[in-house]
Design a protein around this ligand. Structure first.
Ligand SMILES: C[S@@+](CC[C@H](N)C(=O)[O-])C[C@H]1O[C@@H](n2cnc3c(N)ncnc32)[C@H](O)[C@@H]1O
Length: 400
Protein backbone atom coordinates (compact mmCIF):
# COMPACT_ATOMS: atom_id res chain seq x y z
CA UNK A 1 0.00 0.00 0.00
CA UNK A 2 2.48 2.59 -1.09
CA UNK A 3 1.20 5.10 -3.58
CA UNK A 4 -1.61 7.51 -4.40
CA UNK A 5 -2.02 6.68 -8.06
CA UNK A 6 -4.11 3.52 -7.67
CA UNK A 7 -6.99 2.36 -9.87
CA UNK A 8 -10.26 0.92 -8.52
CA UNK A 9 -12.10 -2.35 -9.10
CA UNK A 10 -15.04 -3.88 -7.23
CA UNK A 11 -14.27 -5.23 -3.79
CA UNK A 12 -14.16 -8.97 -3.07
CA UNK A 13 -17.09 -10.85 -1.44
CA UNK A 14 -15.75 -10.15 2.08
CA UNK A 15 -16.54 -6.50 1.50
CA UNK A 16 -20.09 -7.22 0.32
CA UNK A 17 -20.73 -9.22 3.50
CA UNK A 18 -19.07 -6.46 5.56
CA UNK A 19 -21.15 -3.73 3.87
CA UNK A 20 -24.34 -5.69 4.60
CA UNK A 21 -23.24 -6.26 8.21
CA UNK A 22 -22.43 -2.53 8.59
CA UNK A 23 -25.98 -1.69 7.40
CA UNK A 24 -27.39 -4.05 10.05
CA UNK A 25 -25.40 -2.15 12.71
CA UNK A 26 -27.07 1.10 11.62
CA UNK A 27 -24.31 2.48 9.35
CA UNK A 28 -25.83 4.58 6.51
CA UNK A 29 -23.92 4.47 3.22
CA UNK A 30 -24.91 6.90 0.50
CA UNK A 31 -23.55 6.99 -3.07
CA UNK A 32 -20.24 5.24 -2.27
CA UNK A 33 -19.01 1.66 -2.04
CA UNK A 34 -15.94 -0.32 -1.04
CA UNK A 35 -13.55 -1.14 -3.86
CA UNK A 36 -10.10 -2.63 -4.26
CA UNK A 37 -7.57 0.00 -5.22
CA UNK A 38 -4.22 -1.04 -6.60
CA UNK A 39 -1.39 -0.29 -4.17
CA UNK A 40 -3.62 0.59 -1.24
CA UNK A 41 -5.78 -2.44 -0.45
CA UNK A 42 -9.38 -1.38 -0.29
CA UNK A 43 -10.83 2.11 -0.42
CA UNK A 44 -14.07 3.96 -1.05
CA UNK A 45 -15.23 5.05 -4.50
CA UNK A 46 -18.21 7.05 -5.74
CA UNK A 47 -21.02 4.85 -7.15
CA UNK A 48 -22.69 7.79 -8.91
CA UNK A 49 -22.23 11.54 -9.32
CA UNK A 50 -21.91 13.06 -5.85
CA UNK A 51 -22.52 16.70 -5.01
CA UNK A 52 -20.35 18.64 -2.56
CA UNK A 53 -22.00 18.61 0.87
CA UNK A 54 -23.74 15.22 0.51
CA UNK A 55 -23.47 12.98 3.54
CA UNK A 56 -21.65 9.85 2.36
CA UNK A 57 -21.29 7.70 5.45
CA UNK A 58 -22.92 7.94 8.87
CA UNK A 59 -21.78 5.59 11.62
CA UNK A 60 -23.53 5.47 15.01
CA UNK A 61 -20.87 6.12 17.68
CA UNK A 62 -22.21 3.13 19.62
CA UNK A 63 -20.87 0.80 16.88
CA UNK A 64 -17.27 2.05 17.12
CA UNK A 65 -14.78 -0.33 18.64
CA UNK A 66 -13.14 1.76 21.34
CA UNK A 67 -11.82 1.31 24.85
CA UNK A 68 -15.44 1.56 26.05
CA UNK A 69 -16.58 -1.41 23.99
CA UNK A 70 -13.97 -3.77 25.42
CA UNK A 71 -14.96 -6.46 27.94
CA UNK A 72 -14.69 -5.14 31.51
CA UNK A 73 -12.73 -8.22 32.61
CA UNK A 74 -10.07 -7.43 29.96
CA UNK A 75 -9.69 -3.78 30.98
CA UNK A 76 -9.54 -4.59 34.67
CA UNK A 77 -6.47 -6.76 34.06
CA UNK A 78 -4.33 -3.87 32.87
CA UNK A 79 -3.08 -0.69 34.44
CA UNK A 80 -1.15 1.89 32.44
CA UNK A 81 -1.78 0.26 29.09
CA UNK A 82 -2.38 2.63 26.17
CA UNK A 83 -5.65 2.44 24.24
CA UNK A 84 -3.66 0.99 21.37
CA UNK A 85 -2.43 -1.73 23.71
CA UNK A 86 -5.89 -2.50 25.07
CA UNK A 87 -7.49 -2.81 21.65
CA UNK A 88 -4.62 -4.86 20.31
CA UNK A 89 -4.90 -7.23 23.30
CA UNK A 90 -8.60 -7.65 22.66
CA UNK A 91 -8.10 -8.38 18.95
CA UNK A 92 -5.30 -10.82 19.71
CA UNK A 93 -7.34 -12.61 22.38
CA UNK A 94 -10.00 -15.30 22.17
CA UNK A 95 -12.71 -13.38 24.01
CA UNK A 96 -16.14 -14.62 22.85
CA UNK A 97 -17.20 -10.98 22.22
CA UNK A 98 -14.82 -10.95 19.23
CA UNK A 99 -17.18 -13.22 17.28
CA UNK A 100 -19.67 -10.41 16.73
CA UNK A 101 -17.06 -8.66 14.54
CA UNK A 102 -16.51 -11.66 12.23
CA UNK A 103 -17.61 -9.93 8.98
CA UNK A 104 -15.59 -6.86 9.84
CA UNK A 105 -12.49 -8.83 10.85
CA UNK A 106 -12.48 -10.54 7.42
CA UNK A 107 -11.57 -7.15 5.87
CA UNK A 108 -8.69 -6.30 8.22
CA UNK A 109 -5.13 -6.33 6.90
CA UNK A 110 -3.20 -9.57 7.15
CA UNK A 111 0.10 -10.01 9.05
CA UNK A 112 1.83 -9.98 5.67
CA UNK A 113 0.27 -6.60 4.78
CA UNK A 114 1.76 -5.24 8.01
CA UNK A 115 5.13 -6.85 7.36
CA UNK A 116 5.34 -5.21 3.96
CA UNK A 117 4.42 -1.68 4.85
CA UNK A 118 5.16 -0.99 8.52
CA UNK A 119 8.82 0.02 9.12
CA UNK A 120 8.54 -1.31 12.68
CA UNK A 121 8.49 -4.81 11.18
CA UNK A 122 11.24 -4.31 8.61
CA UNK A 123 14.42 -6.35 8.95
CA UNK A 124 17.74 -4.85 10.05
CA UNK A 125 19.09 -5.20 6.50
CA UNK A 126 16.70 -2.42 5.51
CA UNK A 127 17.16 -0.28 8.58
CA UNK A 128 20.88 -0.24 9.13
CA UNK A 129 24.00 -0.49 7.02
CA UNK A 130 27.68 -0.31 7.74
CA UNK A 131 29.30 2.76 6.28
CA UNK A 132 33.04 2.73 5.75
CA UNK A 133 35.00 5.89 6.44
CA UNK A 134 38.76 6.44 6.69
CA UNK A 135 38.67 6.21 10.44
CA UNK A 136 36.55 3.07 10.68
CA UNK A 137 33.20 1.43 10.07
CA UNK A 138 29.97 2.99 11.31
CA UNK A 139 26.52 1.54 11.66
CA UNK A 140 24.22 4.14 10.15
CA UNK A 141 20.56 4.28 9.35
CA UNK A 142 19.10 3.57 5.95
CA UNK A 143 15.83 5.02 7.18
CA UNK A 144 15.30 8.73 6.57
CA UNK A 145 16.65 10.78 9.50
CA UNK A 146 13.19 11.76 10.76
CA UNK A 147 12.42 8.06 11.17
CA UNK A 148 15.76 6.62 12.24
CA UNK A 149 17.73 7.65 15.29
CA UNK A 150 20.28 10.15 14.05
CA UNK A 151 22.61 7.50 12.74
CA UNK A 152 23.78 9.65 9.86
CA UNK A 153 26.65 8.48 7.66
CA UNK A 154 27.90 11.99 6.78
CA UNK A 155 31.25 12.70 8.45
CA UNK A 156 30.16 16.08 9.82
CA UNK A 157 27.37 14.42 11.79
CA UNK A 158 28.89 11.13 12.89
CA UNK A 159 30.27 12.51 16.13
CA UNK A 160 27.01 14.21 17.13
CA UNK A 161 24.79 11.13 17.10
CA UNK A 162 24.29 11.20 20.84
CA UNK A 163 22.80 14.67 20.62
CA UNK A 164 20.04 13.54 18.30
CA UNK A 165 16.87 12.30 19.96
CA UNK A 166 14.97 9.19 18.88
CA UNK A 167 13.26 9.34 15.50
CA UNK A 168 9.59 8.59 14.90
CA UNK A 169 10.17 4.87 14.56
CA UNK A 170 12.15 4.55 17.78
CA UNK A 171 9.44 6.41 19.69
CA UNK A 172 6.83 4.06 18.26
CA UNK A 173 8.92 1.02 19.20
CA UNK A 174 9.44 2.23 22.76
CA UNK A 175 5.69 2.67 23.24
CA UNK A 176 4.95 -0.68 21.61
CA UNK A 177 7.52 -2.53 23.71
CA UNK A 178 6.24 -1.00 26.95
CA UNK A 179 2.67 -2.06 26.15
CA UNK A 180 3.71 -5.51 25.01
CA UNK A 181 5.62 -6.18 28.24
CA UNK A 182 2.56 -5.18 30.27
CA UNK A 183 0.31 -7.42 28.19
CA UNK A 184 2.63 -10.41 28.29
CA UNK A 185 2.80 -10.25 32.09
CA UNK A 186 -0.98 -10.57 32.26
CA UNK A 187 -1.65 -12.76 29.21
CA UNK A 188 1.56 -14.76 28.72
CA UNK A 189 0.12 -16.82 25.84
CA UNK A 190 -0.62 -13.86 23.60
CA UNK A 191 0.97 -14.03 20.16
CA UNK A 192 3.17 -11.14 19.12
CA UNK A 193 1.92 -11.33 15.55
CA UNK A 194 -1.75 -10.88 16.41
CA UNK A 195 -0.94 -8.24 19.03
CA UNK A 196 0.76 -6.11 16.39
CA UNK A 197 -2.56 -5.44 14.68
CA UNK A 198 -2.62 -2.11 16.44
CA UNK A 199 -5.39 0.52 16.55
CA UNK A 200 -6.85 3.47 18.50
CA UNK A 201 -10.54 3.29 17.67
CA UNK A 202 -12.06 1.31 14.87
CA UNK A 203 -14.98 2.65 12.94
CA UNK A 204 -17.00 0.20 10.82
CA UNK A 205 -17.04 1.02 7.11
CA UNK A 206 -15.67 4.57 7.54
CA UNK A 207 -12.26 2.99 8.22
CA UNK A 208 -12.16 1.99 4.56
CA UNK A 209 -11.49 5.56 3.46
CA UNK A 210 -7.91 6.07 2.37
CA UNK A 211 -5.96 9.22 3.16
CA UNK A 212 -5.12 12.23 0.98
CA UNK A 213 -3.68 15.59 2.03
CA UNK A 214 -7.13 17.04 1.43
CA UNK A 215 -10.32 15.04 1.79
CA UNK A 216 -13.95 14.85 2.82
CA UNK A 217 -15.21 16.55 5.94
CA UNK A 218 -15.31 14.34 8.98
CA UNK A 219 -17.38 15.13 12.07
CA UNK A 220 -17.63 13.11 15.24
CA UNK A 221 -19.66 13.42 18.44
CA UNK A 222 -21.41 11.22 21.03
CA UNK A 223 -24.09 10.27 18.55
CA UNK A 224 -22.42 9.63 15.23
CA UNK A 225 -19.39 9.80 12.96
CA UNK A 226 -20.16 11.35 9.58
CA UNK A 227 -18.22 11.79 6.37
CA UNK A 228 -19.49 14.52 4.03
CA UNK A 229 -18.32 15.17 0.45
CA UNK A 230 -15.90 18.12 0.34
CA UNK A 231 -16.47 18.53 -3.43
CA UNK A 232 -18.27 16.87 -6.35
CA UNK A 233 -17.11 13.34 -7.30
CA UNK A 234 -17.72 11.38 -10.50
CA UNK A 235 -18.68 7.67 -10.59
CA UNK A 236 -15.67 5.39 -9.96
CA UNK A 237 -13.55 8.21 -8.50
CA UNK A 238 -11.84 7.37 -5.20
CA UNK A 239 -13.10 9.39 -2.25
CA UNK A 240 -10.57 10.22 0.47
CA UNK A 241 -10.54 11.62 3.97
CA UNK A 242 -7.51 13.25 5.58
CA UNK A 243 -5.98 11.52 8.60
CA UNK A 244 -4.33 14.83 9.50
CA UNK A 245 -1.67 17.30 8.29
CA UNK A 246 1.04 14.66 8.34
CA UNK A 247 4.46 14.56 6.68
CA UNK A 248 5.31 11.48 4.60
CA UNK A 249 7.78 10.28 7.26
CA UNK A 250 4.98 10.27 9.81
CA UNK A 251 2.58 8.54 7.40
CA UNK A 252 5.19 5.89 6.70
CA UNK A 253 5.85 5.08 10.36
CA UNK A 254 2.25 5.23 11.55
CA UNK A 255 0.31 4.02 8.50
CA UNK A 256 2.82 2.32 6.21
CA UNK A 257 2.61 4.47 3.09
CA UNK A 258 3.82 7.74 1.57
CA UNK A 259 1.79 10.07 -0.64
CA UNK A 260 3.07 11.05 -4.10
CA UNK A 261 1.86 14.55 -3.53
CA UNK A 262 1.61 15.87 0.00
CA UNK A 263 1.24 19.54 0.77
CA UNK A 264 2.17 18.89 4.42
CA UNK A 265 5.43 17.16 3.64
CA UNK A 266 8.65 18.39 5.23
CA UNK A 267 11.82 16.98 6.75
CA UNK A 268 13.27 18.03 10.10
CA UNK A 269 16.78 19.54 9.81
CA UNK A 270 17.63 19.83 13.48
CA UNK A 271 20.49 17.31 13.14
CA UNK A 272 22.29 19.21 10.41
CA UNK A 273 22.41 22.32 12.63
CA UNK A 274 23.98 20.51 15.57
CA UNK A 275 27.68 20.77 14.64
CA UNK A 276 27.69 24.52 14.07
CA UNK A 277 24.80 25.85 16.09
CA UNK A 278 23.12 23.55 18.54
CA UNK A 279 26.20 21.97 20.03
CA UNK A 280 27.29 25.34 21.42
CA UNK A 281 25.78 26.26 24.74
CA UNK A 282 25.83 30.01 24.11
CA UNK A 283 24.05 29.58 20.77
CA UNK A 284 21.44 27.33 22.31
CA UNK A 285 20.82 29.80 25.12
CA UNK A 286 20.60 32.68 22.69
CA UNK A 287 17.96 30.85 20.65
CA UNK A 288 16.11 29.64 23.70
CA UNK A 289 15.82 33.19 25.07
CA UNK A 290 14.00 34.35 21.95
CA UNK A 291 11.86 31.19 21.63
CA UNK A 292 13.63 29.83 18.56
CA UNK A 293 15.36 26.74 19.93
CA UNK A 294 14.36 23.62 18.01
CA UNK A 295 11.74 22.59 15.48
CA UNK A 296 13.72 23.40 12.33
CA UNK A 297 12.26 22.11 9.08
CA UNK A 298 12.76 22.03 5.32
CA UNK A 299 10.17 21.92 2.53
CA UNK A 300 10.66 22.19 -1.23
CA UNK A 301 10.31 25.96 -0.78
CA UNK A 302 13.31 26.13 1.53
CA UNK A 303 14.14 26.21 5.21
CA UNK A 304 11.60 27.52 7.73
CA UNK A 305 11.86 30.93 9.38
CA UNK A 306 13.02 29.32 12.64
CA UNK A 307 16.06 27.93 10.80
CA UNK A 308 16.82 31.36 9.36
CA UNK A 309 16.77 32.77 12.89
CA UNK A 310 19.07 29.99 14.15
CA UNK A 311 21.58 30.75 11.38
CA UNK A 312 21.39 34.51 12.01
CA UNK A 313 22.27 33.71 15.63
CA UNK A 314 25.54 32.41 14.28
CA UNK A 315 26.45 35.11 11.80
CA UNK A 316 25.05 38.37 13.24
CA UNK A 317 26.18 40.32 16.26
CA UNK A 318 23.75 40.45 19.18
CA UNK A 319 22.22 43.76 18.21
CA UNK A 320 21.55 42.77 14.61
CA UNK A 321 20.35 39.36 15.74
CA UNK A 322 17.71 40.96 17.99
CA UNK A 323 16.64 43.20 15.13
CA UNK A 324 16.29 40.16 12.85
CA UNK A 325 14.19 38.33 15.45
CA UNK A 326 11.90 41.35 15.76
CA UNK A 327 11.60 41.72 12.00
CA UNK A 328 13.51 45.02 11.90
CA UNK A 329 16.53 43.73 10.10
CA UNK A 330 18.93 46.14 8.38
CA UNK A 331 19.05 44.17 5.17
CA UNK A 332 22.65 43.46 4.30
CA UNK A 333 23.48 41.49 1.15
CA UNK A 334 26.61 40.02 2.72
CA UNK A 335 24.64 38.58 5.66
CA UNK A 336 22.08 37.17 3.27
CA UNK A 337 24.81 35.58 1.14
CA UNK A 338 26.46 34.11 4.24
CA UNK A 339 23.18 32.61 5.45
CA UNK A 340 22.45 31.20 1.98
CA UNK A 341 25.90 29.69 1.82
CA UNK A 342 25.37 28.07 5.22
CA UNK A 343 22.02 26.60 4.17
CA UNK A 344 23.34 25.35 0.82
CA UNK A 345 26.50 23.73 2.16
CA UNK A 346 25.85 22.76 5.78
CA UNK A 347 22.22 21.75 5.51
CA UNK A 348 21.30 20.88 1.93
CA UNK A 349 24.54 19.38 0.64
CA UNK A 350 24.87 17.22 3.73
CA UNK A 351 21.30 16.00 3.43
CA UNK A 352 21.62 15.46 -0.32
CA UNK A 353 24.77 13.43 0.17
CA UNK A 354 22.97 11.31 2.76
CA UNK A 355 20.05 10.72 0.37
CA UNK A 356 22.37 9.67 -2.47
CA UNK A 357 24.30 7.33 -0.17
CA UNK A 358 21.14 5.76 1.21
CA UNK A 359 19.77 5.24 -2.31
CA UNK A 360 23.00 3.60 -3.42
CA UNK A 361 22.95 1.33 -0.37
CA UNK A 362 19.29 0.43 -0.93
CA UNK A 363 19.98 -0.48 -4.56
CA UNK A 364 22.43 -3.07 -3.27
CA UNK A 365 19.79 -4.75 -1.07
CA UNK A 366 18.87 -7.79 -3.14
CA UNK A 367 16.96 -9.91 -0.62
CA UNK A 368 14.00 -11.07 -2.67
CA UNK A 369 11.70 -11.19 0.37
CA UNK A 370 11.79 -7.45 0.99
CA UNK A 371 11.43 -5.87 -2.43
CA UNK A 372 8.14 -4.13 -1.55
CA UNK A 373 9.67 -2.59 1.56
CA UNK A 374 12.77 -1.56 -0.38
CA UNK A 375 10.54 0.10 -3.00
CA UNK A 376 8.73 2.15 -0.35
CA UNK A 377 11.98 3.28 1.20
CA UNK A 378 13.58 4.21 -2.10
CA UNK A 379 10.50 6.18 -2.98
CA UNK A 380 10.77 8.16 0.27
CA UNK A 381 14.47 8.89 -0.20
CA UNK A 382 13.87 10.04 -3.79
CA UNK A 383 11.17 12.39 -2.48
CA UNK A 384 13.59 13.75 0.11
CA UNK A 385 16.35 14.20 -2.45
CA UNK A 386 13.95 16.04 -4.80
CA UNK A 387 12.79 18.26 -1.96
CA UNK A 388 16.40 19.16 -1.11
CA UNK A 389 17.33 19.83 -4.72
CA UNK A 390 14.32 22.07 -5.33
CA UNK A 391 14.98 23.99 -2.12
CA UNK A 392 18.65 24.37 -3.02
CA UNK A 393 17.75 26.59 -6.00
CA UNK A 394 16.71 29.31 -3.54
CA UNK A 395 20.16 29.51 -2.00
CA UNK A 396 22.74 28.82 -4.70
CA UNK A 397 23.08 29.60 -8.38
CA UNK A 398 24.63 26.24 -9.28
CA UNK A 399 22.65 23.01 -8.85
CA UNK A 400 23.62 20.78 -5.96
C1 LIG B 1 -8.00 3.28 7.57
S1 LIG B 1 -7.20 2.13 6.56
C2 LIG B 1 -7.88 2.44 4.99
C3 LIG B 1 -8.35 1.17 4.32
C4 LIG B 1 -7.26 0.27 3.85
N1 LIG B 1 -6.77 0.71 2.55
C5 LIG B 1 -7.65 -1.18 3.79
O1 LIG B 1 -7.36 -1.85 2.79
O2 LIG B 1 -8.25 -1.68 4.77
C6 LIG B 1 -5.60 2.84 6.55
C7 LIG B 1 -4.56 2.08 5.76
O3 LIG B 1 -4.83 2.18 4.37
C8 LIG B 1 -3.64 2.39 3.62
N2 LIG B 1 -3.72 3.73 2.99
C9 LIG B 1 -4.51 4.75 3.34
N3 LIG B 1 -4.36 5.79 2.51
C10 LIG B 1 -3.44 5.42 1.60
C11 LIG B 1 -2.83 6.05 0.47
N4 LIG B 1 -3.16 7.28 0.11
N5 LIG B 1 -1.92 5.36 -0.23
C12 LIG B 1 -1.56 4.09 0.12
N6 LIG B 1 -2.10 3.43 1.17
C13 LIG B 1 -3.03 4.08 1.90
C14 LIG B 1 -2.50 2.30 4.61
O4 LIG B 1 -2.05 0.97 4.66
C15 LIG B 1 -3.18 2.67 5.91
O5 LIG B 1 -2.51 2.15 7.05
Amino acid sequence: MSSDTGSAKSADPHYEAFTAWSGQQGVRINGVQAAQISDRGSGIVAQRHIEAGEELVNVPTSTLLTEDSLPANLKSKFENLSIHGLLASFLASDYPQLKQYKEWAATWPTPNDFRECMPMLWPQSLRTRMHVRDSGKYACSMLPPAIGCGDWAHHSLVMFREAVGPGLLRKQEIKFQKDLETVQQVLPGISLESYRKDCLAMCPFADLFNHADEGCDVAFDDIDYTVTANRAYEPGEEVFVSYGSHSNDFLLVEYGFVLDSNRWDYVPIHDTLIPDILNHKSQRQKLDRVGYLGNYTLTSDGVCHRTQVAIRGLILDDKDFRRFVHGQENFDERDEAQANEFIATKVLQVYNWEAEEALQALKRVDDIGIQVQKGIMMKRWVQIRNMIQRAHRNYASLPI
